[in-house]
Write a protein that binds this ligand. Structure first.
Ligand SMILES: *Cc1c(COP(=O)(O)O)cnc(C)c1O
Length: 229
């Protein structure tokens, strides 16, 4: 199937999940995760109307942001090394979705202050507690948010989380439900706390049923990734 065809199918699945969840069909933002994907395939999605894309490597993101249309909204979704932080400050980033530690926040704040710009971020939370995942643990979140008040150039726009690595739908939904409860609680305290980013190719429909309003889908749109390229 073509990228445009895949994209249409994913959009239909999102709309269907929204109906089942009882939310408006346009209330979920689709991030097309284009890491490792070539420019041609990205342009096929772009020409089918997709504007939000997600990347996880700084070098690759910078090259694509330069080469591809200016009205693309880029999201950084992967673990960001502190020494790469300075390269991502700029107008092209829609959201850094993977703010997961204070050291990174302080470094981003420093470069934002130097350049007098703000950066919109999601806090990545690790609710499944899998060691392979980054993210702030639930019990550390209040302290982390307290520390972030010193970072006046970081706009905290919501939470990002990754579902547990399992086929057990109940276990996946339980983690997403926990994220949603956390999100709702924080949304009462933090102004403009808008996005709950959860759900990937394997679990975005479950995520929407549990209240996700932003899904990050790669494989179901672009096919299996080829890391050797
Ligand atoms: C790669 C990636 C995705 C997309 O995963 P697919 O399974 O290809 O849809 C979503 N979120 C994050 C954080 C990722 O690293």
């Amino acid at each position: 199937m073509s990228v445009a065809g895949n994209l249409a199918r994913v959009r239909e699945q999102i709309a269907d999940s929204c109906r089942r969840a009882g939310v408006k069909e346009d209330s979920v933002t689709l991030i097309a995760v284009s890491k490792t994907v070539g420019d041609e395939a990205i342009m096929e999605a772009y020409n089918a109307g997709q504007r939000q894309f997600g990347e996880n490597r700084v070098q690759e993101y910078l090259r694509k942001a330069e080469a591809l249309p200016d009205d693309i909204e880029w999201n950084l979704i992967g673990h960001l090394q502190t020494n790469k932080a300075k390269y991502i400050i700029g107008p092209d980033i829609f959201l850094l979705q993977s703010l997961d530690r204070l050291e990174l926040a302080k470094t981003l704040e420093k470069y934002c202050a130097l350049r007098d710009v703000n950066l919109r971020v999601l806090i990545q939370v690790n609710l499944s507690r899998e060691e392979s995942k980054s993210g702030v643990f639930k019990e550390d979140l209040a302290e982390f948010l307290g520390d972030l008040t010193a970072c006046s150039h970081l706009e905290i726009k919501g939470l990002m989380t990754i579902g547990p690595h399992t086929d057990d739908e109940k276990a996946i939904r339980a983690v997403f439900a926990e994220a949603k409860a956390l999100f709702d609680r924080l949304a009462c305290q933090i102004p403009d706390f808008e996005y709950l980013s959860m759900g990937m190719s394997n679990d975005f429909e479950l995520a929407i049923l549990e209240g996700s309003n932003m899904v990050r889908v790669g494989t179901s749109i672009f096919g299996a990734r080829n890391y050797s390229k």
